[in-house]
Design a protein around this ligand. Structure first.
Ligand code: ADP
Ligand code: MG
Length: 253
């Protein structure tokens, strides 16, 4: 049985329909990646599937009792408030020290319990967020641009970690990514979004789909051209000013 299913789902903000007639499903253990220009509704799709943002039309169904680990696109901590990693991992649900230690070790940052959250590097911070999501023993991990701000080696390492986690726990993974070249190989299925589902399928099918190539302004280049495109210029016409500007986040490229 599918973990999450959406049928004919639309989402509106005021008068704007930002997602239209989306059909979506994710099965246990699948890695599904959502790609699309800025403002194409990727975060909105995740929030609708989570149940945080109710659809204006259509349905979303989650498996009864489904446990979800969620990593939001942005998490701003108040730097004036001291917060250790240990404390952060025990909010809002208290976790046993042994579980905290195990989770931190699993994501490759053992022993950082007593460090301040704001003293962590970008890569460590993302791993701590992942540890927090894993402490819930999720059947599905939902991550919104988890490698935003990481350099290329950091990004590649993070995706390897994700695949290991999937292998060990069997949890499904649904993520939004801008790292097209990397997710193309790390995903079972890619969904290309632009206010609606432009195309979807295996990474190979999507990367060759005319809709996908048109959306990202691609000619006949290979994976390297994809990567160059994705990071060399901003999609000015698609940028929105609600605090999700991806420029200057330290992407390699
Ligand atoms: P993406 O994650 O693909 O960059 P979003 O899902 O964040 O796109 O946004 C899709 C569209 O919905 C954008 O036009 C954005 O301005 C709009 N939007 C997102 N969140 C809100 C909100 N809370 N209120 C009003 N409009 C929103
Ligand atoms: Mg987003």
């Amino acid at each position: 049985m599918s973990l999450i299913t959406a049928e004919n789902m639309s989402v509106r903000f005021g008068g704007d329909t930002v997602l239209r007639d989306v059909d979506f499903t994710i099965e246990p253990g699948e890695i599904v990646t959502v790609v699309g220009p800025n403002g194409s509704g990727k975060s909105t799709l995740l929030r609708a599937l989570l149940g945080v943002r109710p659809p204006s039309a259509g349905h979303v169904r989650r498996l009864p009792g489904l446990t979800i680990g969620y990593m939001p696109q942005r998490l701003t901590l108040d730097g004036r408030m001291p917060l250790t990693v240990r404390r952060f991992l025990s909010l809002p649900v208290r976790r046993a020290p042994r579980d905290v230690a195990g989770a931190l070790e699993r994501v490759g940052v053992p022993g950082v319990e007593e460090q301040q959250m704001d003293a962590l590097s970008g890569g460590q911070f993302q791993r701590v967020l992942l540890a927090r999501a894993l402490l819930a023993h999720p059947q599905i991990l939902i991550m919104d641009e988890p490698t935003q701000g990481l350099d290329q080696p950091g990004t590649a390492a993070f995706y390897r970690l994700i695949e290991e986690v999937r292998q060990e726990t069997g949890c499904a993974i649904l993520m939004v990514s801008h790292d097209l070249h990397v997710v193309m190989s790390a995903s079972d299925r890619v969904i290309c979004l632009n206010g609606h589902v432009c195309c979807q399928g295996t990474p190979t099918v999507v990367s060759n789909a005319p809709e996908y190539r048109a959306l990202f302004g691609l000619g006949t280049g290979g994976a390297f051209a994809l990567y160059q495109h994705a990071h060399d210029h901003a999609h000015d016409n698609c940028d929105h000013d609600h605090g999700e500007d991806h420029a200057g986040q330290g992407h390699a490229g």
